[in-house]
Design a protein around this ligand. Structure first.
Ligand SMILES: Nc1nc2c(ncn2[C@@H]2O[C@H](COP(=O)(O)OP(=O)(O)OP(=O)(O)O)[C@@H](O)[C@H]2O)c(=O)[nH]1
Ligand SMILES: [Mg+2]
Length: 188
């Protein structure tokens, strides 16, 4: 895929006309700090279109990026950020569910990013179950495989595949740019 243009459109916390304008949406979900913004930057071949940072929990709104004037990449806040207050976490969970489970939005694809080294967590399982109940079209990205030793990788990916069955799993590293073309194939 050739990236001709990629631009930030707006940050959303509630229904907005762009969500219903007929342009396909691809959403990036996952725990706080798992690499959602980094994966978006990989796809658009830009270092910092989506705001990526080592400080978890910074994305507090759903950021919409329009690519090639033909689809949106939606950077959704992370869930499971333990350090925030209970109120803050509740508020974030509301925003995530509002967008991800919106009955009037049929995302072309939901990319659920998990940490390949950590594996599937309880909050990942909860999210996955909700997406499944809502009949969402999900692909799982196992990010940060650069942190795994070669001999751990195969077993870890197999365990993740078992946990998220029947959804496909893409072994991925945003920093090493591994898995990018496979992900693009899956979402377009
Ligand atoms: N080693 C390694 N680090 C990564 C990888 N992908 C992302 N990171 C790092 O993880 C941190 C978080 O990345 P982000 O892309 O900001 O994560 P996020 O999911 O958007 O985070 P929030 O928006 O805060 O939920 C950054 O320091 C990244 O450099 C990867 O594949 N490997
Ligand atoms: Mg982010």
């Amino acid at each position: 895929m050739k990236i001709l243009s990629a631009k930030f459109i707006k940050g959303l916390v509630e229904d907005d006309e762009i969500l219903f304008d007929g342009i396909p949406q691809i959403a990036f979900l996952g725990r706080s700090n798992v690499g959602k913004s980094s994966v978006i930057n990989n796809i658009v071949q830009r270092k910092d279109l989506a705001f990526s940072s080592p400080t978890p929990g910074l994305t507090k709104i759903v950021n919409a990026f329009l690519v090639n004037n033909s689809f949106y990449l939606m950077d959704v806040p992370g869930y499971g950020f333990a350090k925030g207050s209970k109120e803050h976490r509740g508020h974030m969970a509301e925003i995530i569910d509002w967008y991800a489970l919106h009955p009037n939005i049929d995302q072309k694809k939901i990319v659920l990013i998990i940490d390949a080294k950590v594996g599937i967590t309880d909050s990942d399982r909860d999210m996955l179950r909700k997406l499944e109940d809502a009949n969402k079209n999900v692909v799982v990205v196992a990010n940060k495989i650069d942190k795994l030793k070669k001999n751990e990788l195969k077993k870890q990916i197999e365990d993740i595949e078992d946990s998220v069955h029947p959804y496909p799993v893409i072994p991925y590293s945003a920093t090493e740019k591994i898995g990018v073309s496979e992900l693009i194939k899956q979402i377009l």
